[in-house]
Design a protein around this ligand. Structure first.
Ligand code: SAM
Length: 314
């Protein structure tokens, strides 16, 4: 005979449905994350909720209609986007209060994260409507998870301003932030933004970039601002697709400056890989970034050949 753990009493919210009877809570709002490129990332729970609610609010009903059709889900769709959200939110909250359930989705990823939904969720919470998160893909978190930059504390700053002067001013402001900064960028502006990055922070700022996360041509760079500019220019395709840019916090930049100072001293005696390893240990700066600097310095002076180092950033 198996014994079951006693049920834990739920806190303020009614118990989530599939944990307790596989039905949708009447009058509840579900905020559902959808794939950012790979359809395999729609969770089974998200599918069940989307198939079970009375109505789905979607940023673009055509885009979401295709996603839902792929999963054989047919529920009434209502458009909720930046231009109608305040007006539609009030009507949707009335429907929720009358006992109808609603799921909120956006074109991709987690709703409200650089996507519509805030006005609806705020109005629903203010009206005492239960709101459940159905977690899943989010490009910012996915990129952070592979960036190699500190992830213990970070700031998500959405999209940078499209005009150069405002973008540089925002970068300067974000550059003082001690935590890792995450921004979204489009293919139209990525080249200009990376050039601004070097102009504002100098070549050595630790940065990372992910493009096309979860898709066929996904790739990520981790290193310095100047290295990123070079990496991106090396292949035409690297200007295409969707991007998440991460900027190492100011403290990490200070570590790197100290790391480079130590590295220059060590390179007088050691090959690049050994010098980078020791400099990283002494300064706390990332070893990979120091190795990239070491290779650049070695290239400038011919030191790599002298020291016979071809071992990489082990
Ligand atoms: N709500 C979404 C989320 O949770 O990530 C973000 C929506 S925002 C309108 C779209 C931006 O997110 C894109 O311009 C890009 O910066 C980023 N993004 C979305 N999907 C991505 C992917 N597969 N790879 C890289 N960046 C992506």
């Amino acid at each position: 005979m198996t014994t079951q753990a006693p049920a834990v009493p739920s806190a303020a919210l009614p118990e989530p449905p599939e944990d307790a009877g596989h039905s949708i809570v009447p009058g509840a709002l579900y905020v559902v994350a959808t794939p950012i490129g790979n359809l395999g990332d729609l969770s089974p729970r998200a599918c069940r909720i989307l198939a079970g609610v009375d109505r789905i609010a979607a940023e673009d009903t055509r885009t979401s209609g295709q996603l839902l059709a792929h999963f054989g889900i047919q529920r009434p769709l209502v458009a909720l986007h930046d231009h109608n959200e305040d007006r539609i939110a009030a009507e949707l909250v009335r429907q929720l209060q009358s006992g109808q359930s609603l799921a909120l989705i956006s074109d991709a990823g987690t709703p409200l994260i650089s996507d519509p939904g805030f006005a609806l969720v705020r109005a629903a919470r203010a009206a005492g409507v239960p709101a459940y998160a159905v977690p899943g893909p989010c490009a910012a978190v996915a990129a952070l998870s592979v960036s190699g930059l500190p992830s213990d504390a970070f700031v998500f700053a959405g999209f940078l301003p499209p005009k150069q002067a405002a973008r540089r001013a925002r970068l300067e402001q974000l550059g003082r932030e001690p935590r890792t900064v995450i921004v979204y960028e489009s293919s139209h502006r990525i080249a200009d933004t990376l050039a601004d990055l070097v102009a504002v922070f100098g070549p050595q700022r630790p940065v990372a970039l992910s493009r096309e996360l979860s898709k066929r041509f996904e790739e990520s760079y981790s290193g310095t601002a100047a290295g990123l500019l070079e990496w991106q220019a090396a292949e035409a395709n690297r200007g295409r697709g969707e991007f998440v840019l991460l900027i190492g916090g100011a403290e990490q930049a200070a570590d790197l400056a100290e790391g480079e100072r130590v590295l220059r001293l060590l390179l007088r005696e050691l090959p690049p890989s050994g010098a980078a390893r020791l400099a990283a240990e002494i300064s706390g700066a990332p070893r990979k970034a120091l190795y990239a600097i070491a290779m650049r310095l070695a290239g400038e002076t011919g030191a790599s050949a002298e020291n016979g180092d071809n071992s990489g950033p082990a």
